[in-house]
Design a binder for this molecule. Structure first.
Ligand code: DLL
Length: 434
């Protein structure tokens, strides 16, 4: 269902005119209120009056996560703290978190975009939305919560964790929509089975999964195991939180990025050059309606491509291909670029193993080594050693065929790899510890 016909189906020309108007207002505002932007624009020799077309955006410098860290905690805010009604932060793996602030209007806009996203995913009032994204500094929980209320659905604010209780509540309260990370949805299915409950029999019909990379293969697995339609949702705290983009129920092919609020660009991560539509590169986003912390050409590090072709759902907003990972998650193993998602797509197609895996990277005598640890299912686990040997050889060969690298494959016991209640940790790179 289309939530807001006025904006979601705007013809391209009108959409771009709106973007330009909002972009110019944003640039003027940040130039006047945020010293960081004024300085960086000056260094690039740009003043707000020079932004006359959407292409002029390319004259502006990028904003990096490091710039947020350098201005920790409130340095990039464009309004005084009295106007900020909510603060979130993303947990950096190293150092201080990045802090974001929302004005009252930002919160309303976010709720609106999340309601829009829920509607695009096929949810509506009357749905019981089981929200298992974590509540707290992480944007997932509250972001989805406000959107679900705005939609008019009944939201269950579960947050992450307490997995058994989640299953009981889903069963007793008749949850119809599940929101959590894709990895947690599989954990829920597994935990339900342990309780003797067939999760496929519950009322769940749609799952809205994001916050971590996942593959088409995992989608198929989730849809089969939970008996629902799995929709991909994208977002990041620096830009908004969940609801920057979402797949539509009709096509399930690419995430519509809400272009009346965000301008996407795809760049070559090495040169910073803007790439033509359809090419794979790093996503850069400019916010054009945010008040608290507007972001100009923010380098997301997420790798995708953009598609402006019309979609069968009728929305005119461009679509981003499913994220293939983050450029900073990309492993370089003996000079070969490897995304964890590439290994995942091999594993998910192998009979006998489960989609629970971890990649351990080490350096031995100056040589990178990769060990793929993957769980086998109960039936395979009790097979003879010879069968297991054949299975691990097969995985090793398939990875070699796809990526050209030799790795070690270790089949591990069912349920021995730690389950996550939020974002799954797939890579342990021990090289960084030395
Ligand atoms: O993960 C916001 C969110 C919450 C999105 C709930 C979707 C659902 P951060 O913690 O700041 O915010 O992490 C943002 O997570 O730059 C991507 O690398 C990754 N990510 C988010 N959604 C997807 C997705 C939230 N659908 C970072 N596919 C982003 C792949 C995703 N990666």
């Amino acid at each position: 269902m289309i939530w807001n016909d006025e904006f979601e189906t705007l013809p391209r020309e009108a959409l771009e005119a709106l973007q330009l108007k909002r972009l110019r207002q944003t640039i003027e505002r940040v130039y006047a209120t945020v010293p960081f932007y004024r300085e960086s624009f000056k260094k690039a020799g740009v003043t707000p009056d020079m932004i006359k077309t959407l292409d002029d955006l390319q004259r502006l410098p990028f904003t990096l996560k490091q710039d947020m860290r350098d201005n920790y905690p409130y340095g990039l805010f464009a309004v005084p703290l009295e106007q900020i009604v909510r603060i979130h932060a993303s947990s950096g793996t190293t150092g201080k978190p990045t802090v974001v602030g929302y004005t009252r209007r930002d919160i309303d806009m976010w709720a609106e975009l999340m309601a829009r996203s829920f509607a695009a995913a096929g949810a509506s009032r009357g749905d019981v939305i089981h929200n298992a994204y974590g509540y707290g500094l992480f944007t997932g929980g509250l972001g989805a919560h406000y959107g679900a209320e705005k939609l008019g659905a009944s939201v269950i604010p579960m947050s992450g964790g307490n997995t058994r209780k989640q299953i009981m509540i889903m069963q007793d309260f008749g949850s119809t929509v599940l929101t959590c990370t894709p990895s947690y949805s599989l954990y829920l299915a597994e935990a339900a089975a342990e309780e003797g409950i067939d999760i496929r029999e519950l009322k769940l019909r749609v799952g809205i999964f994001g916050a971590e990379p996942w593959t088409e293969e995992i989608r198929a697995e989730i849809e089969a195991k939970l008996n629902l339609k799995a929709i991909d949702i994208y977002g990041l705290s620096e830009i908004l939180g969940p609801g920057v983009g979402i797949e539509c129920y009709e096509a399930q092919k690419g995430l519509h990025i809400w272009e009346d609020h965000f301008i996407p660009e795809i760049i070559d991560p090495d040169t910073g050059e803007v790439l033509p539509a359809g090419e794979l590169g790093e996503l850069v986003i400019t916010t054009i309606t945010k008040e608290g912390i507007p972001m100009i050409r923010y380098r997301t590090r997420d790798i995708t491509r953009i598609n402006y072709e019309p979609c069968i759902c009728g929305r005119t907003h461009a679509r981003l291909q499913r994220m293939s990972g983050r450029s900073d998650d990309m492993l370089i193993i003996r000079g070969v670029n490897v995304f964890p998602s590439q290994i995942e797509s091999v594993l998910v197609n192998v009979e006998g193993v489960e989609p629970h895996y971890q990649l351990i990277v080490e350096r031995e005598e100056n040589l990178d080594t990769l060990e793929v640890q993957v769980e086998v299912n109960e039936a395979t686990f009790s097979d003879e050693v010879k069968v297991l040997q054949t299975l691990s050889n097969r995985i090793r060969h398939e990875i070699k065929d796809l990526l050209g690298i030799t790795c070690k494959v270790r089949l591990v016991e069912p349920k021995s790899i730690a389950r996550s209640e939020g974002k799954a940790k797939r890579v342990i790179d021990k090289r960084k510890e030395h």
